[in-house]
Design a protein around this ligand. Structure first.
Ligand code: FAD
Length: 460
């Protein structure tokens, strides 16, 4: 770690004074290190190695040790940081974290149980308060991982916890499951799966069946649907808007909803508005029919595969990264090597899929915004034009809520829930890309293009 140019920092040093009595991991058998190791012993070695500063990492599982290390840091100014121990399940965790973070020398914590031979204990939902306190205090979390198979717990824990927290805030019941519980409920998952969130109200719908059903219901309520008809122009017609198509008819209406997906900018631009939307193709494949055993929809936390099985036995796998799509030619190709890679990812999650044949591969075109939020709300240039496009892959599941909200806006003028975050005007200022999702879910070229800062204003 080099904080200032030319200053070397050893970011992981242990110090101890045995008479304090809490370095219980040390025993007389550890002859070379079973003695006091204090700053004056270390200094000549640091000097010889050209190391100017150090960060001391906890070696005992007590708060008393944190006090001792803070005292050393007070005496030796070249101790620049401390990684202290805390027990995240402590009944006083908020106060303990507050006390530690009060001193800017404490940079983070390293909680340890049983020498972290397994870190599955970190998935215990009762520790949530502790993780939340650390995050609020801005302290970093060091994790000692002894079992490499558990690395995903360290890398994905934060993501799983976020799923659970955000889901719970939205009224969903989401359980965080440790490795044993995952295996008990879903015995077919592979050994690499060490944790999961489980949402019992999650569900799936087959769009091939759901879409015609929605169309039938809409027609029954008086809607007219013209398939294979392209809107070529939307223009003003007095107080109304006129929609011109590539067929013989035009439609005039008091309101127009621009729900044209990845093509949303084509309509918006006719009214002097645009967005930094880009199109991409989320790939999918389906296997031959296999015995039916996967009852829930499984999603790898990193998002590389989403697996579900239909009762007829075919396993459908959606996967990342999304690749380029051609909105003009209406093409969404999938590179063959991606399917092979995702078969490997699927086998890692559900090993019984080894040897299954992928019988069909497909994709489609979706519109994405750099902040991975849709555009939804009134046009800022044109009265009675409503935008609802660029759903960034959230789409199918959100459509009933989106439709309901748009209907409220037309009926009542305003939505009953706040949707300002989706406003088309958010792109007039600085755009804040969702770097985690862009880099994790898209081909590198698409992600870096989406994150590139814009020099010109998008609004005309
Ligand atoms: C392969 C794939 C798998 C997916 N899996 C899931 C999933 O499992 N769960 C989920 O929730 N979501 C999923 N999605 C995402 C979901 O399908 C989309 O987010 C959703 O369809 C977006 O809805 P939309 O109405 O905004 O856009 P679209 O469904 O793209 O609809 C826009 C429509 O507007 C039409 N259009 C555009 N321009 C014009 C014009 N000028 N004139 C007339 N018509 C026009 C287009 O032809 C299109 O039919 C998946 C998407 C793909 C591609």
């Amino acid at each position: 770690m080099i904080p200032d140019e030319g200053v070397a920092v050893d970011a992981h040093v242990h110090l101890w004074r045995l008479a304090r009595g809490d370095n219980v991991a040390l025993s007389p058998a550890m002859t070379p290190i079973y003695r006091d190791l204090e700053p004056p012993d270390l200094k000549p070695r640091l000097d010889a190695a050209g190391v100017a500063r150090i960060v001391v990492v906890q070696a005992a599982e007590t708060l008393a040790e944190a006090l001792f290390l803070l005292g050393l840091a007070r005496k030796f100014s070249w101790i620049s940081g401390i990684i202290a121990w805390v027990e995240p399940g402590s009944p006083a965790i908020e106060e303990e974290v507050a006390a530690l973070s009060w001193n800017s020398c404490v940079k983070g914590v390293r909680p340890i149980r049983d020498d972290n031979r397994s870190i599955a204990w970190m998935l215990d939902a009762r520790l949530d308060r502790g993780w939340q306190a650390l995050s609020t205090a801005g302290l970093s979390l060091d994790i000692l991982v002894q079992n490499w198979r558990e690395l995903p717990i360290a890398t994905e824990l934060a993501r799983l916890e976020r799923y659970q927290r955000e889901g719970a805030a939205g009224g969903l019941e989401i359980d965080l499951l440790d490795a044993n519980e995952v295996r008990r409920r879903f015995p077919y998952v592979g050994p690499d799966v060490c944790a999961a969130t489980w949402s019992k109200r999650d569900g799936t719908a087959n769009p091939r069946l759901a879409t015609p059903a929605v169309a039938r219901a809409a027609r029954a309520l008086g809607a007219e649907i013209w398939q294979g008809t392209r809107v070529t122009r939307v223009e003003f017609a007095g107080e109304r808007l006129r929609v011109v198509t590539d067929r013989e008819f035009v439609v005039e209406a008091p309101y127009v909803v621009n729900a044209s997906g990845a093509w949303g900018n084509e309509i918006a631009e006719q009214f002097g508005e645009t967005t930094p939307m880009f199109e991409a193709a989320p790939p999918n494949f389906v296997t031959e029919p296999l015995p039916y055993f996967i009852t829930p929809a499984l999603q790898d936390a990193g998002g590389s595969v989403i697996i579900r099985q239909v009762e007829r036995g075919n396993v459908i796998v959606g996967f990342y990264p999304r690749g380029p799509a051609d909105r003009v030619r209406n093409r969404a190709p999938v590179a063959p090597e991606k399917t092979l890679q995702s078969l490997g990812d699927a086998i890692r999650v559900v090993p019984i899929l080894r040897g299954a044949q992928a019988i069909r591969v497909w994709s489609g075109i979706e519109g994405y915004l750099p902040d991975m939020l849709p555009v939804m709300g009134w046009s800022h240039t044109t009265k009675n034009l409503l935008h609802a496009y660029g759903f960034c892959g959230h789409g199918f599941q959100l459509s009933p809520g989106v439709g309901y909200t748009l209907a409220e806006m037309i009926d009542e003028g305003n939505p009953r829930i706040p949707i300002d975050a989706f406003s088309i005007s958010r792109f007039t200022g600085e755009v804040h890309p969702d770097a985690e999702r862009l880099t994790g879910e898209f081909d590198a070229a698409l992600a870096s293009a989406a994150m590139r800062p814009r020099t010109e204003s998008l609004q005309r």
